[in-house]
Design a protein around this ligand. Structure first.
Ligand code: FAD
Length: 397
């Protein structure tokens, strides 16, 4: 029995190793287009590989998997983050969970994961062929099973050979990026980090929350990366030019208004510029107050009239900018779109169009936010496919 795994990335290697563990007699070949395997693992998490997450603060999978959460909820019953954690530790990779729930190798080096996966694959005799791209299913007719693990494709044409086999392709668009903002008065605050910010794409229900970093080109940080993931398709459809609303305080408008009223009562003689509300960084506070009140920013709190208080409240909770495009995020980047989940069996991830054809990893229309969720999706789908092939071989006996 022979299995061809197309793509030597995270999903492809995890599938190969698990399949050999489950069905030692299976001949497994990895066909990798480029000269290097596991290239993304190498650069992942800034070279440290954020390989999964504790999921401790995930109450609903749709928070972390904008696409694919329903299928993953089902597949996690067979192999979830705890299984992945145990798997790597059992294969000699000591892991550590950070305070932010992200899991890394204790070595803080992605090579530990690469060495584990390549070492196990070699130990099991997996045939690894680099420089071998696949673009036709017909070329794999010698194999009993085929698993496509080709990762995110920047263009739908990269998946044409699978569309030709009957699969619907959800057009790929980027996810996990930062946003450019042309307003130089904001970007002059570069380096400013604000915790607990709420961001939203105005006029939609897409919103996110977390730390925000002002950069020299615009805005970054978890609050923006998550928003780029939730709004990946909307942003692409709008040429990455959308109204971005920032609630710098992360709080409700009435609470912010009350805090401003209290400050005015407690510090009537002080300048508005000099008493910060909502614990905002000094430079940001000065910028927001000046932006709202202009020359009157140097006025005393007692001279702030009701209209100005309202305007200041509004700037703090709904500061809106037109985004000017997207910019790459160095640490992680994934593709939204790929093989439509309607075209695969939701227990085995076997194609509904071609018997014996399976998919795992980012080639599927599954993607997550930053935090180790994308690798977890790769491990889970790869394990599921290995298990499905094992079951099939047993049933065929
Ligand atoms: C810079 C960066 C950092 C990241 N950091 C993290 C992180 O810390 N944590 C996290 O969870 N996720 C991270 N990700 C996302 C994560 O790397 C991917 O989600 C994951 O690698 C997907 O695994 P995969 O095996 O499906 O695809 P890939 O890892 O992309 O592997 C696909 C492989 O298939 C090969 N291939 C493609 N087409 C063909 C073909 N036709 N024939 C043969 N071979 C082919 C490719 O060359 C590639 O080697 C990061 C991504 C990037 C770009």
């Amino acid at each position: 029995m022979r299995t061809a795994i197309v793509g030597g990335g995270a999903a492809g290697f995890f599938l190969a190793v698990n399949l050999k563990e489950m069905v030692p007699a299976m001949e497994v070949t990895i066909l990798e287009r480029s000269r290097q395997v596991l290239a993304k693992v190498k650069v992942s998490g800034g070279g440290r590989c954020n390989c999964t997450n504790s999921f401790a603060n995930v109450t609903d999978l749709s928070q972390v998997y904008p696409r694919g959460h329903r299928l993953l909820k089902r597949l996690f019953k067979g192999f979830d983050h705890e299984d992945a954690y145990t798997w790597f530790e059992r294969h000699g990779v000591r892991l550590t969970t950070q305070n932010d729930d992200c899991v890394f190798p204790a070595s803080q080096d992605a090579h530990t994961i690469i060495d584990c996966l390549t070492g196990e694959a070699r130990r099991h005799g997996v045939d690894i062929r680099t420089g071998t791209g696949v673009s036709r299913l017909a070329d794999l007719s010698d194999y009993d099973y085929i698993a496509v693990c080709t990762g995110g494709q920047p263009r739908a044409e990269g998946l044409q050979w699978l569309a030709d086999a009957g699969h619907e392709i959800i057009p790929p668009v980027p996810s996990l990026f930062t946003l450019s903002i042309a307003d130089t008065s904001l970007t002059a605050l570069m380096g400013t980090v604000v915790d607990g910010v709420q961001t939203a794409i105005a006029g939609t229900k897409m919103r996110s929350e977390g730390p925000l970093l002002v950069t020299h080109w615009g805005v970054s940080g978890p609050a923006i990366l998550r928003l780029s993931s939730y709004g990946a398709r909307h942003l692409a459809d709008n040429g990455y030019r959308v109204p971005l609303s920032i609630n710098w305080t992360g709080r409700r408008e009435p609470d912010v208004r009350q805090e401003l009223t209290d400050i005015a009562a407690q510090h009537p003689q002080k300048q508005v510029l000099t008493v910060r509300a909502c614990n905002l960084p000094t430079r940001l506070w000065e910028y927001l107050v000046t932006k709202t009140l202009g020359e009157r920013a140097t006025n005393r709190w007692q001279n702030l009239n009701a209209k100005e208080l309202n305007r200041l409240t509004n700037t703090l909770v709904n500061d809106t900018y037109l985004t000017a495009g997207r910019a790459a995020f160095r640490d992680e980047f994934v593709t939204c779109g790929g093989i439509a989940l309607s075209g695969v069996d939701h227990t085995t991830i076997e194609s509904r169009h071609v018997a014996g054809l399976y998919f795992a990893g980012e080639v599927l229309d599954i993607d997550g936010v930053t935090g180790g969720f994308n690798f977890q999706a790769a491990w889970t789908t790869a394990y599921t496919v290995a298990k499905a092939i094992q079951m099939k071989t047993e049933n065929d006996k």
